[in-house]
Design a protein around this ligand. Structure first.
Ligand code: HEC
Length: 119
């Protein structure tokens, strides 16, 4: 019956990608808040506001001046594309003006995306 215990342990551990912790994600968002807001009505920041970012087309905030590559990008921001972008912004949108070196830890990205998805 040892396999049952092993199976239960695997289920309890869950896959690495199953739903992030939005509460923890909010603390990671502090790194983004230097340049982004989560409120469309907030005073202009260096980057576009991120409210509703999950499910939105890249470069879609009306009154924000994007770089040409971001404006022309066909990327739709999903958990997958955001995850890749947050590892290495330039790898997803070559020439983006977002000056961010990336979040290397998968759990940080997962939790941050859970926070962004809940905005
Ligand atoms: C130093 C400033 C800075 C930091 C820090 C930063 N960003 Fe950005 N971000 C920008 C700028 C500037 C743009 C616009 C890029 C462009 O037009 O090419 C941008 C664009 C984006 C976009 C695309 C938005 C859209 O409407 O298509 C996303 C998503 C994003 N940032 C997420 C994040 C997240 C999440 C973090 C935190 C981990 C973060 N950024 C940290 C400056 C920053």
């Amino acid at each position: 019956m040892r396999w049952v215990v092993l199976l239960l342990a695997l289920i309890a551990a869950g896959p690495a990608t199953a739903g992030g912790d939005a509460k923890r994600g909010k603390t990671i968002y502090a790194q983004c808040a230097a340049c982004h807001t989560v409120d469309p009505a907030a005073p202009k920041a260096l980057g576009p506001h991120l409210k509703g970012i999950v499910g939105r087309k890249a470069g879609a905030v009306e009154d924000y001046v994007y770089s040409p590559p971001m404006r022309r990008s066909a990327v739709i921001w999903t958990a997958e594309t955001l995850d890749a972008f947050l590892v290495d912004p330039q790898a997803v949108v070559r020439g983006t003006k977002m000056p961010f070196s990336g979040l290397p830890t998968p759990r940080d990205r997962e939790d941050l995306i859970a926070f962004l998805a809940g905005l």
